[in-house]
Design a protein around this ligand. Structure first.
Ligand code: B16
Ligand code: MG
Length: 218
């Protein structure tokens, strides 16, 4: 029996990864180097400041800035990111997501958000997704980033669900590891090879159902 499903946001429910990448690439361009899409992969699921370190390392600038300057660079990136997010509408929810969430609700499964993003609330509001969740845990509520299990354990705790009855949906290897450390089963979303450690995998939520989930994780 599944008591609770916990969803990562970026890359699972909405495709904001392309906005994160564009904002980091813009920042790198201003600093005088190119940040490629391949290098951008490593920032997925990773906190804002850890992502900045990845970007600066790509440009050979990891030791160039003080902590204060790094905070300023991260804030600049976030302003750019939010200007992209401000264009989002409910149509940006990925295909099949709303139907799958409704199917979970019909079967009495609680739904939680487990995202590293401090901007999760803004994105949920723009995409009219907030009311779907029974609990929301985001980057403003956790102190330890994935692969630490804190974000998922907190979600389960808010819903009084034991880990064995929780399933995590994630698009990043760090998130799959966080689920495993929380003692939860997981669904890797998107088909990337780095998600091989997940209990099972899907490439899209289209035509995915509660029944199919139960079969896949058994
Ligand atoms: P922010 P998720 C993560 O969201 C993103 O995948 C990652 O690229 C980003 O750096 C992180 O949130 C922090 O985001 O700068 O908005 O606080 O996948 O955990 O939903
Ligand atoms: Mg993600």
């Amino acid at each position: 029996m599944i008591a609770c499903c916990l969803f990562d946001l970026d890359g699972v429910l909405v495709d904001t990864a392309r906005f994160h990448y564009r904002a980091w690439a813009d920042l790198a361009h201003d600093l005088g180097f190119e940040f490629t899409p391949e290098q951008g992969e490593a920032t997925k699921g990773v906190s804002r400041m850890a992502s900045l370190d990845i970007v600066l390392r790509a440009g050979g600038m990891e030791n160039r800035f003080s902590q204060e300057e790094k905070e300023r660079l991260a804030a600049e990136k976030n302003d750019r990111y939010l200007s992209y997010v401000s264009t989002m509408t409910p149509d940006d929810v990925l295909p099949g997501v709303r139907d799958f969430l409704a199917d979970l609700k019909r079967h009495g499964v609680k739904i939680a958000l487990g995202s590293a993003s401090k901007n999760a609330g803004t994105i949920l509001d723009r995409c009219a997704l907030r009311d779907v969740f029974d609990a929301i845990v985001d980057g403003t509520l956790v102190s330890r980033a994935k692969p630490d299990p804190e974000v998922f354990l907190k979600g389960a705790e808010l819903l009084n669900a034991v880990s064995e009855k929780c399933v995590v949906f994630e698009d990043a290897a760090a998130g799959i590891e966080a689920a495993a450390r929380a003692g939860m089963r997981s669904v890797g979303v998107g088909g990337d090879r780095s998600l091989a450690r997940a209990t099972t995998g899907i490439t899209t939520f289209e035509n995915f159902t509660y029944e199919a989930l139960c079969k896949a994780i058994d």
